[in-house]
Design a protein around this ligand. Sequence first.
Ligand code: NAD
Length: 244
Amino acid sequence: MGRLDNKVAIITGGASGIGEKMVDLFAQEGAIVIAADINEAALEKASQKQNVHGMKLNVASDEDWAALAQEVNERFGKIDILVNNAGISSEKPFKEINAEDWQKMLTINGFGPFAGIKHVAPYMAANKQGSIINISSYTALIGQGFNHYSASKGAVRALSKAAATNFGRQGVRVNALFPGIIETPMTQTLSTSKELLGQLIQATPLQRLGQPNDIAQAALFLASDDSSYITGSELVIDGGFSAQ
Ligand code: NAD
């Protein structure tokens, strides 16, 4: 028996990194998984997996979200789980960030999860149950110099609390995860500098970088009924980096 048997899950950014790992794990645990991503080529690979359906979605588009939520609900009869995982990052220094950079970052990383909740939570509420997991970042908790990226992840943190408050009485839970540095295509530039990599590992109490599975396992717990009394909570998964 799987921990997500008979559940229907949407995972954004499901074609790469953390999202791809969650897609695999959730499908293994019995869920029907919709891997939603802007990268159509990568989605073709995802769609070949058992119980996985790749669907194109630009999280920044209200219209895309409305259409996706409706289609998933019609095809599979309900939506139980939403993981707002898709995102972009940037290490641009403060003085180089302009209004356009800010808007793009906040639209994809902030409005994306907001629009996901706006369009998906009503389908969950209609069944009086659902679990939404938002992927924030340790950079929302400490001033680590990611500037507009950190700001966008701070928005995700606050949004999670607001949505937990809004939808709790309708049976929908909303929680947030705060990954540290996880080895994925997003952070692959780090691995090109052995020195930087060594410094980061040294600075982490648990003495290693995170892996997509570290995040996927926590998301699985929050998606499953094992966490049925948990909403509005925050889980930091960074090997102790931000605890120092
Ligand atoms: P990744 O770059 O490997 O994957 C991101 C996925 O999101 C890609 O498949 C991409 O196509 C998709 N995407 C980007 N823009 C999109 C859009 N507009 N609409 C739909 N899909 C879009 O990144 P990752 O490392 O797996 O990151 C996943 C999430 O975890 C992100 O929200 C990221 O900010 C967060 N996070 C990552 C780390 C890390 O160290 N890797 C740390 C903290 C938080």
